[in-house]
Design a protein around this ligand. Sequence first.
Ligand SMILES: Nc1ncnc2c1ncn2[C@@H]1O[C@H](COP(=O)(O)OP(=O)(O)O)[C@@H](O)[C@H]1O
Ligand SMILES: [Mg+2]
Length: 207
Amino acid sequence: MEMIKKGAEAEIYITEWKGRKIVIKRRIKKGYRIKELDEKIREQRTKKEALLMMSARKAGMSVPIIYDLHINNKEIFMQYIDGERIKDVIDGMEEEMQRKICEEIGKSIASLHKNGIIHGDITTSNMIWMNDRLYFIDFGLGMKSRENEDRGVDLHLLMEAFKAAHKNKNLFKWVFEAYKKNFEESKEVIKKVDEIARRGRYMRGVA
Ligand SMILES: Nc1ncnc2c1ncn2[C@@H]1O[C@H](COP(=O)(O)OP(=O)(O)O)[C@@H](O)[C@H]1O
Ligand SMILES: [Mg+2]
């Protein structure tokens, strides 16, 4: 098994399984937690991530297919998305393509929110472009919610992530425009985003 990433929470492996190239996401032990509690937390997060990915797929989004869960090992077996991370490729693209992808991002988030799903970590590192389709991964910090506050936090994070990772301000503007266009409740959510941004500036003492 080849490890492709070791994060704070999980290790990502690429391997073959039943003739398919798959990814195994394994949540790793945290020595600072009591053993029983640590087991429980990792088990819950593993299940939650898989469930959220399955609901996102039901809602018509492109996410990796979940093949199996090995709960004892805190592992999710999922489809390997053999594409490019949006973070690595979008800056170098033609404007027309950038716009197309950003519209896709906005539309996808609208779909998630409409279906009661909060992603929890919407950054361009958690999006993969494969065969002209946008895939979302990494639902480990997500949750089920239809609250505009939670939706606002989701979008605010995306805004901050775009600001930090991509110079071109249009990218994020296109994402928001598409979100607004595709979600009837977007006005309320955007209000929340503004509120959260103001709160943040106030806390940092710059308002
Ligand atoms: N299904 C997948 N297909 C292809 N690459 C993946 C897949 N899942 C994860 N990866 C790669 O591994 C990285 C980390 O996975 P992710 O689920 O985002 O975990 P983390 O919580 O550590 O960010 C991703 O940025 C991506 O490059
Ligand atoms: Mg990630």
